[in-house]
Design a protein around this ligand. Sequence first.
Ligand code: SF4
Length: 342
Amino acid sequence: MSRPGSETPLLRVRGLEVSYRVGVRRHMAAVRGIDLDVRAGEVVALVGESGSGKSSAARGILQLTRPSAGTVELSGQELTAIRGRELRRARRDAQMVFQDPYSSLDPSMTIGEAIAEPLVVHTRDRGDERRRKVVEMLERVGLHAHHADRYPHEFSGGQRQRIAIARALVLRPRLLVADESVSALDVSSQNQVLSLLSELIADLGLACLFITHDLAVVRSVADRVAVMYLGTLVEQAPTEELFAAPRHPYTAALLSAALVADPRIQRTRERIRLSGELPDPRHPPTGCAFAGRCPYAAEVCGDVPALRALDDGRAVACHRAEEVVVELGASALRTTTITRER
Ligand code: SF4
């Protein structure tokens, strides 16, 4: 998918750090200094295993958790520098769709009431005007006006996620953060919700940060992909380039683990199996955080690799990115061939 997006980023994140208190005096760094830009009309996928820090990054960006360092600018306004009413007003421009379509809607509220709630909190819209906006959003997500008077239990998982999207968009935000928004759905509902999201992003000129552990769903929706590992970004690239030739060994492993639709291809391709577990973020390793699981680890990896730009326009945090040759089948992740050089 190729959506050009404007040149000036709508969301500009620099040096974002998010920490949580563990115990009396200790803190755990869940996000350890990331830079990220998202332009209007652009979808950037933030990808990583559970525990990589991607949801903490989203919470830090939306100021749901106050970052311990770094800046977040939305439409030129520095969210990290404002508080109280000013922050609440700015947050209207950034809305989130959560993972679980079953728990994100209050079962005692009708769909119409749920979609109208942000209008009640943030606007002076009343009566017909409020109802008009609710119906307009219902129709935009493929539902009908009469659905407004029904309750969440009367809808399927895919429909509930459409309702959650309608609720997130009723204030006409400029940034949508979708946190594992299709992970709980079956494949057919996933595809429908992804294509609805793509359509809405293009029509409304939204910027979208799409958070997922599953690279397989990224390809149809994202313009760029940022891969997170233990609180840092390890690779950023345009989606097709990343799928065609990942340059970080962790990205290659994630890609090789992604499911392929064609079962014949799925059976024949080689899978990169990582040894070990994601390190405990309370005790991050020194040097490259991936070294304990990396088939290319060498002496140089005792130093932390910075995220650096490569000749082909992508950025990667690996000392050996130029040496690591990783070829994944460009169109369908067909085969996996790795040249290991030690
Ligand atoms: Fe592997 Fe070294 Fe690159 Fe880290 S810096 S990903 S350990 S090769």
